[in-house]
Design a protein around this ligand. Structure first.
Ligand code: 5GP
Ligand code: MG
Ligand code: MG
Length: 183
């Protein structure tokens, strides 16, 4: 049944707006420090990373350029397969660039692992990863994530860029869905 009230679709708030904003500020300070004196290109992975890109970019004090990619990972149902197709590539030439991939969430890590290798093959000076959220399964793939907002339990979450059937991306917090939404 279609609900009109977004709040009633949620079971539990995992991270509030204030918690997220505070953590993004801390990550931005770390990134400012780590990339001091170097030009940084931040790459957002559409569409989920739109919120974290916008907040992170505004919290950074250093000069950065921004670009976007859209990828789709094939798999059965909700499981990511690691087979990735580029739907929208970067506009930027990566030769000699320091790149920071910005993601909404890492679950299996398969998509990101593929993406990191793909960008590294373009002659980058460095490629690091920043994610707003990370789930425990991400530990199964060998992927070095330098900046993690929050480690969260293995539950399906929505909000702050994350969708269920393209909805809930615009929430400024992250929460779990009430069963009536997907049952
Ligand atoms: P993986 O790390 O398994 O390759 O896939 C990560 C992608 O799956 C994320 O970028 C996101 O689009 C989606 N995803 C993974 N976990 C969740 C979740 O809990 N909620 C939502 N809405 N999307 C998720
Ligand atoms: Mg994503
Ligand atoms: Mg999605």
């Amino acid at each position: 049944m279609e609900s009109t009230d977004v709040q009633s679709d949620l079971k539990h708030v995992l991270k509030t707006k204030d918690e997220i904003q505070k953590r993004i500020g801390e990550l931005a300070a770390e990134i400012d420090r780590d990339y001091e004196g170097r030009d940084l290109l931040i790459v957002g992975v559409l569409k989920g990373a739109v919120m974290v890109m916008a907040d992170l970019a505004r919290a950074l004090h250093s000069h950065v350029t921004m670009d976007w990619m859209a990828v789709s990972s094939y798999g059965s149902g909700t499981q990511s397969s690691g087979v990735v197709r580029i739907l929208k590539d970067l506009d930027t030439d990566l030769m000699g660039k320091h790149v920071l991939i910005v993601e909404d969430i890492i679950d299996s890590g398969l998509t990101l692992s593929w993406l990191k290798t793909n960008l590294e093959s373009r002659g980058t000076a460095s490629v690091e990863i920043c994610t707003a959220f990370r789930k425990p399964d991400a530990a199964k793939v060998k992927i070095d994530v330098k900046y993690v907002g929050f480690d969260i339990p293995n539950e399906f979450v929505v909000g702050y860029g994350l969708d269920y059937a393209e909805k809930y991306r615009n929430l400024d917090f992250v929460g779990t869905l009430a069963p009536h939404v997907y049952e």
